[in-house]
Design a protein around this ligand. Structure first.
Ligand SMILES: [Zn+2]
Length: 293
């Protein structure tokens, strides 16, 4: 009898192990979502945040999941995605891991159509801090549901982060107010949400999708567009080569500046303020570019 009870006790203890003994893993699809979830699970013991796409990947346009990515996902308790079409591989994940809980950060974000026609909606929603605030609300709700034991701590983190994002939004609104109506030419279609939030407009993009090479004819068309707009500054992105922009700049005399869509960053020791830091840097670049041309 005692042996039986002991055996039962040991079995129960083993069954309880995965609940109490192992870390819970939150996987995020790519860097900007990872930055948001890192803030939401900050300081919560036993929760590990992992980024599925390597931190230098950039946007997920045409991204294919590797075997390592699938392993990360199979080990995750919950998978946080940008949504709005950024994760083109999603069907494949649903098929391979039907049990995996997926949290879509884009729910209730007012979506803009994609001008390039590659996806129905423009998926670069995080580049408006007002959207980022909606996104952390969605992510926090999904994470709290997946890890109810941490719900309070997640909500505390969300509220603190939300206050910081609101302050960032107000700073950008004030700092960009003098440039209302500005026409921007950006590297790819990453900044329409940002532009809309601050009364600016993306008049043209240099490439439809990152990785596209421009034909001489496309370069000539772009040169014409830039001239027609009065040679506004061209904004490249640190993640991608700026050869086409340099060619167009040389032809038109337009200045070349760099805006960061915050899709890459440090792999370890990531500052929790990284998104805000990048957006403040973008603010300074825009102020410089739009005041001096
Ligand atoms: Zn992109």
């Amino acid at each position: 009898m005692i042996r039986k009870i002991t055996l039962l006790f040991v079995t129960l203890a083993l069954l309880a192990l995965p609940l109490n003994g192992l870390a819970e893993t939150v996987a995020s699809s790519f860097y900007p979502i990872h930055l948001l979830t890192l803030n939401l699970v900050d300081g919560i013991d036993g929760v590990e945040a992992r980024c599925v796409a390597a931190p230098q990947t950039g946007c997920l346009h045409d991204y294919q999941l590797s075997a390592g990515d699938m392993r990360t996902l199979s080990e995750a308790d919950v998978f946080c995605i940008c949504g709005a079409g950024m994760e083109g591989y999603l069907e494949h994940v649903f098929e391979a891991l039907p049990e995996l809980k997926v949290v879509d950060a884009s729910a209730e974000v007012p979506l803009l159509p994609s001008e390039t026609g590659e996806t129905e909606f423009n998926p670069h929603i995080w580049l408006s801090p007002a959207n980022a605030r909606i996104m952390i609300r969605n992510l926090a709700a999904g994470l709290a549901e997946a890890m109810p034991n941490h719900a309070e701590a997640i909500e505390r983190n969300r509220a603190a982060y939300d206050a910081r994002l609101q302050a960032l939004d107000e700073e950008l609104t004030a700092g960009l107010a003098p440039f209302a109506g500005a026409e921007l030419i950006t590297f790819h279609e990453a900044f329409p949400y940002f532009a809309e939030a601050y009364d600016m407009h993306v008049a043209a993009v240099i490439v439809r999708e990152p990785g596209d090479a421009l034909s001489p004819r496309e370069i000539a068309e772009l040169v014409e567009t830039v001239r027609a707009l009065g040679n506004p500054p061209l904004f490249t992105e640190p993640q991608y080569a700026d050869l086409a922009a340099k060619t167009v700049a040389a032809e038109t005399g337009a200045g070349v500046w760099e805006l960061d869509p915050c899709v890459t960053g440090p792999e370890t020791d990531i500052p929790l303020t990284y998104y805000e830091d990048v957006m403040r840097q973008n603010l300074r670049v825009l102020q410089d570019a739009l005041s001096h041309g």
